[in-house]
Design a protein around this ligand. Sequence first.
Ligand SMILES: [Zn+2]
Length: 413
Amino acid sequence: MTEKRTAVFIVMDGLGDRPVPELDGKTPLEAAKTPVMDRLAREGQTGLMDVIGPGITPGSDAAHLALFGYDPFTTYPGRGPLEAAGAGLETRPGDVAFRTNFASVDANMVVTDRRAGRTFSPDEQEALQKAIDGMEIGDVKVKFIATVEHRGAMILSGPGLYADISDVDPHEVGKKVLTCEPLKPEAKKTADVVNKMMKEVHERIRDLPLNKERKKAGRPLANAILIRGPGRHGETPTLGERYGIKSAVIAGGALYIGTAKFVGMKHVPVEGQTGTIDTSFHNIAMKTIECIKGDYDYVFVHIKATDNASHDHNTAQKVLAIERTDEMVGKIIEATSTEVVLAVTGDHSSPVSLGEHSCDPVPVLLWADFLRADESKHFSESEAARGALHTLRGRDILPILLGYAGHVEKFGA
Ligand SMILES: [Zn+2]
């Protein structure tokens, strides 16, 4: 029997880039000093990856589904369920989930502030959440959680629900909340439930004490809710069901945690982990080592700082984030080299020149101490274009990792 190892998957968000003039035409990954990843590239294999598909610019959530080994075209549930899961409100197959805003409306349901002033105290959030969570509309149960500022997540749970419905948010102040319409005949019930929910939420929260206080203070009332990004949780098997593995996610952002939880991964919190360059790379390394030494078969580590730097057109900071990640990878490998199969990649390219996601394939690095080495000398976009992995699809990387780590059963006799 093959010895089982832990598959370790490190993603630098928005890693891939294009030549940058201020780096003498190198990409940030090529310019960064990355002795650890360069060594791993020499000892292992590299390649490029079209995370969703050739020419497709990936959104971070759909990209992560692909990196977790799922076909994003058939399993992507929309942003609602993924953000809800990230906020601690998990969906089950058949549920429809939304992202929400508290908003201000007048007596005719005309929107006067799409964010109800944006500022909410924890007490206000708790009172609003209590008023909405647990509501029932016929045989449909409403679950609700207030998250940050005016934001929240809502799940409708019950038989026969679909996400093919029109928007209720007029997206403009001075316009009336729209009536939800089914976009497919089978979604009629869902649209009816949404319309009843909108009315009942308004009636339940408009007279809460917090709105009397807001009125007295001249603040916008939090007397309605706007919902968006509906998504239905389909019949998606978890990673545990597909491979019989126990998997952990180490990430700072709710969307990544939510996407990982959606496929059954367990969130392992790390003290000091944030979505910025100030995140504790050391603590992330230590926690990753702990998970590898513990009983996890698959550990996913997400570093957000690279993408933030790209969005800010901040080349120096992207280089720095890559260098700090390199150091982090060094600590992990030093402690676990004979226990892991490791991949390092990005979820999409985010060229600093563009400041947004692009369709350029991302470089990927695969390493284990027993792997056949290819000709790669460094971990970079240009070297990866000649590597043994050639051009992969995003959804192929997880089975490769798990295969080498001994978690994929033989096919055939
Ligand atoms: Zn991303």
